[in-house]
Design a protein around this ligand. Structure first.
Ligand code: PAF
Length: 283
């Protein structure tokens, strides 16, 4: 198992990536905030399978956290993350410090595209501005051919996809399936905040999406009816702080009144003090 090259200096990494590209080899990029789980590793595996050279980034990006959010407590375990990336045959790992990414005088931010406005954009107002900014910086520092993102953060994927299109970024943005725990809970670095009771309760997010898909498959087309069932599934499990339950068009993220073949169900809710999100196609 060859250890990946761990690089903290963006200009050094850019040179490494450029020389790989000059040799005609494809470069895959997997941006993460660390605390890696099987969801992240599935993105790395896909990149390693499809690209000659894979770079993973580990950077807990301060600009995408709100003032009352968990930036200070966000799990950080660089050593075990790098070991996991080594097992997946990652070629390079970029681990910059906040000062390297946001040096003195830093004041330029990306205004995210329209798909950033609803749902997460309403609940976590500066999140996508921070995400779009850091991802654009990563795309510039690591001129990859393909970048891989997880479907669990579906709206984030759509934001990055539209940003890449609108700003003519020469990178293909790919989305990879959600990886779930055996009971269905979507893997997330924040699942570790749940105590045993909350962890059991959290399964209801997955179950409410399953219920939505089941209703759609049985021919229910009315979005309001399906949303009602999703809410009761959550409430029955004791999840009452529901941020949103929505049925949307997968491209525009506009809410639909009538379910179609490509409709996506989105859910965000607090389980105890932990905010979780999940989604699935239900049409
Ligand atoms: O999904 C994440 O882990 C982050 O939002 C990302 C894309 C790495 C940007 O910080």
């Amino acid at each position: 198992m060859a250890a990946p090259r761990v690089v903290t200096d963006g200009s050094v990494l850019r040179e490494i990536v450029r020389s790989v590209s000059r040799e005609g080899r494809t470069v895959g990029l997997v941006p993460t905030m660390g605390a890696l789980h099987e969801g992240h590793l599935s993105l790395v595996r896909r990149s390693v399978a499809e690209c000659a050279f894979t770079v993973a980034t580990i950077f807990v990006n301060p600009t995408q956290f709100g003032p009352r959010e968990d930036f200070a407590h966000y799990p950080r375990n660089l050593e075990s993350d790098v070991a996991a990336l080594a097992r997946e045959r990652t070629d390079a790992v970029f681990t910059p410090t906040p000062d390297q990414m946001y040096g003195e005088g830093f004041s330029t931010f990306v205004q995210p595209p329209a798909v950033a406005r609803p749902f997460e954009g309403r609940s976590r107002p500066d999140q996508f501005r921070g995400v779009a900014t850091v991802v654009l910086k990563l795309f510039n520092l690591i001129p990859a051919d393909v970048a891989y993102f997880g479907q669990k953060d579906y709206q984030q994927f759509r934001v990055i996809q539209d940003m890449a299109r609108d700003l003519d970024l020469p990178v293909r943005v790919e989305v990879c399936p959600i990886i779930r725990e055996p009971d269905g809970l979507a893997m997330s670095s924040r699942n570790r905040y749940l105590d045993a009771t909350e962890r059991r309760r959290a399964r209801a997010l997955f179950l409410c999406l399953e219920r939505a898909a089941q209703l759609a498959q049985q021919g229910e087309r009315d979005a309001a009816t399906i949303r009602g069932h999703m809410r009761s599934q959550l409430e029955t499990a004791g999840i009452t702080r529901i941020d949103y339950v929505a049925l949307v068009d997968p491209v525009s993220l506009d809410e639909v009144h009538e379910v179609k073949d490509n409709t996506m169900a989105l859910v965000a809710a607090y389980v105890g003090g932990t905010r979780l999100i999940d989604n699935r196609r239900i049409g």
